[in-house]
Design a protein around this ligand. Structure first.
Ligand code: AMP
Length: 113
């Protein structure tokens, strides 16, 4: 796959407000936040979307969820946050490098829309 904007952030070719990094993932602030806290959790491995993940990505996908919980706890929002993954343009995915939105700090409604 071709390099996306997020790959350029991983490679430090484009700046981002990074809040967490480890060998497998990066967490940074969304440039266009929809809530007081809006982070993007991305794997360093380039996977276009959830539907493209393979069985061999199982640990990596689980890791992203654990990082989401840890970051939420660090920010004191572990009791109320939402994780969103848009898969495909029909679901409003705009950057084709798998990412989890972590949104918190405001009231939530359901269904999400
Ligand atoms: P999605 O629509 O699920 O693909 O989400 C892509 C997200 O990336 C959007 O919420 C954008 O605001 C965010 N975004 C786009 N460019 C940047 C950037 N340079 N730094 C941080 N977030 C970005």
């Amino acid at each position: 796959m071709t390099d996306t904007l997020f790959k350029k952030i991983i490679d430090r070719e484009i700046p981002a407000d990074i809040v967490y990094e480890d060998d497998d993932c990066l967490v940074f602030k969304d440039i266009n936040p929809v809530a007081p806290i809006h982070l993007l959790i991305i794997p360093k491995k380039q996977i276009e979307k959830v539907a493209d993940a393979k069985l061999t990505d199982k640990d990596l996908l689980g890791h992203l969820m654990l990082v989401a919980g840890n970051v939420a706890r660090d920010l004191g929002v572990e009791e109320a946050f939402r994780l969103v993954v848009n898969n495909g343009s029909g679901a409003q995915q705009t950057v084709f490098h798998l990412h989890i939105h972590l949104i918190a700090g405001r009231e939530f409604n359901w269904p999400p829309g």
